[in-house]
Each structure stands twice: as C-alpha cells, then as structure tokens.
Write a protein that binds this ligand. Structure first.
Ligand SMILES: [Zn+2]
Length: 133
C-alpha cells in the first residue's frame, strides 16, 4: 500500500482489520455493538456485557510509533499536527471511558497476528461472565 492509499483509508469504518476482529468474536459467540455513538470515542466494537470498547486503530492515523506510522516527507508538519491532535483526542476518550467504568482495548493494525489471541481471551471472559450471572 502506498502512503496516499493508506491516507485514503484513514478514519474509515469497516476496515479489513475491523472485519477480522468482528469475525473472530462472532465465531466465539461474543455479542457486540458497532460504532456506538453513546460510548466515548465511538468504538469500532463495543461489548456491553464486558464493558469493553475495542478500537481497531490504523497505525498511521493514531500515531502508533511503529514503522507504519512514519510521516510522509511532504507536508510533514501538517501531518504531525493532525496526528498529534488525534492522539490527544484518543487519550481524552480513554480517560472518559475509564471514568464510566469502560475498559478501552486498542488493537493496532500492525499487530493483526495477535488478534485471534485477544479475541479468544475476550470470549473466555464473556462466557465466565455469563456463568456468574
Ligand atoms: Zn503499529
């Protein structure tokens, strides 16, 4: 993917990594809501039973600091400001979520190979929660 293609994809809903996470959760019977506006940050996936908000974060857009988050050489200052605003917004939402007792969970697209494990852990918590009523 070129940098401009990457940028064209930012902030979009229903991205491939997001669909992957949704498939993994559905396969394990975890019920979730999508893009809840009533939850701070409008998480990509929200699991009401566990009070867990999942954010499937594009590395570039959310300033992950990994290889994929490298700023383009042209208009670097513009992008740096834009990304830092996004990061600040993410932090604010994170604080807001914790005051509401909601646990934010960030899934970075560069770590997609870890998604099945994360979803399996959530599924375990999901079924445990059901047993305890
Ligand atoms: Zn990353």
């Amino acid at each position: 993917m070129t940098k401009s293609e990457q940028m064209a994809r930012v902030k979009s809903k229903n991205t491939q990594p997001e669909l992957l996470v949704r498939r993994l959760l559905s396969a394990r019977g975890v019920r979730y809501r999508l893009h809840r506006k009533s939850v701070p940050g409008s998480p990509d996936i929200y699991i009401p039973r566990l009070c867990v908000a999942l954010f499937v974060n594009g590395c570039f857009w959310h300033g992950h600091g990994c290889d994929r988050a490298a700023l383009p050489k042209t208009n670097a200052a513009f992008w740096a400001e834009k990304i830092s605003k996004n990061v600040a917004r993410d932090r604010k939402n994170e604080e807001y979520l914790s005051t509401l007792g909601i646990e934010p969970l960030y899934l970075w697209t560069c770590q997609a190979e870890a998604f099945p494990k994360i979803c399996a852990t959530l599924a375990k918590r999901w079924s445990k929660n059901r047993l305890s009523g």
